[in-house]
Design a protein around this ligand. Structure first.
Ligand code: SAH
Length: 219
């Protein structure tokens, strides 16, 4: 049995802090959340390595550093209502749940949504709600959201998500071409939007009405 707490501390001390992650709340959430529970058993020994890992269905759990940087950019204080698009393993949503009030996370693949839901229940994350569906449409009935995080690569920010962002809110999303993106930070202030580009990144595609078409994938 590996000492996962030790591996988690090592992950924070060697992958996150040296690369400039400073938000103490983000660092302590990542020291706490059991990332190895969010991957399949045969992959657990790699859970704290400096890389994205396969989670089945051609999808991935993001690299720890990418989770940390996106979370830091959301500037969470603890009282926010957060929407995540792309639940995947559920790990990013667990980090968000540690740092905000309530998290809604949407996943288009039913099996991944179900597995993530089971993990949240087993670990006692009672403030996370998993929804199966096309996240590019957002979740109008629960809007507005203080923060929106898209964890799949998109040609642009889906329009419904911009509408469902609260004033004073922030959206973080990997935006670009199908196989490479850059993190985009969007802020809404007094109804006006401002945009800022951040680090380059590579995410699996956001497939949906306001994302990429899934023609090549879904048959
Ligand atoms: N946040 C995840 C990693 C995301 S991988 C984690 O912590 O593990 C991207 C996920 O987005 C995949 O699971 C993919 O199925 C999902 N996805 C792609 N397009 C989507 C859409 N339109 N709505 C919801 N989920 C989507």
């Amino acid at each position: 049995m590996e000492d996962f707490k030790r591996l988690r501390d090592l992950m924070v001390d060697t992958q996150l802090i040296p690369r400039g992650i400073k938000d103490e709340r983000v660092l302590s959430a990542m020291r706490k959340a059991p990332r190895h529970i969010f991957v399949d058993d045969y992959m657990q020994h790699k859970a704290y390595d400096d890389m994205a890992l396969p989670i089945g269905d051609e999808q991935t759990i993001s690299q720890p550093y990418m989770v940390a940087i996106m979370t830091e950019l959301l500037e969470l204080k603890g009282n926010e209502k957060v929407l995540e698009i792309g639940t995947g393993s559920g790990y990013q949503a667990a980090i968000l749940a540690e740092l905000s009030m309530e998290v809604f996370t949407i996943e288009r693949k039913a099996l991944l949504a179900k597995k993530a839901e089971e993990r949240f229940q087993a670990l006692g994350y009672g403030n996370v709600h998993v929804i199966t569906g096309d996240g590019t449409l957002g979740l109008p009935e629960e809007s507005p959201f203080d923060r929106i995080l898209i964890t799949a690569g998109s040609p642009k920010i889906p329009e419904p998500l911009i509408e469902q962002l609260a004033d004073g809110g922030i959206i973080i999303a990997p935006v670009g071409i199908r196989f490479s993106q850059q993190l985009l930070i969007v802020r809404k202030s007094k109804g006006a939007l401002s945009e800022q580009l951040h680090v380059p990144c590579v995410f699996v595609p956001l497939i949906g009405e306001y994302g990429w078409s899934g023609d090549e994938e879904d048959s």
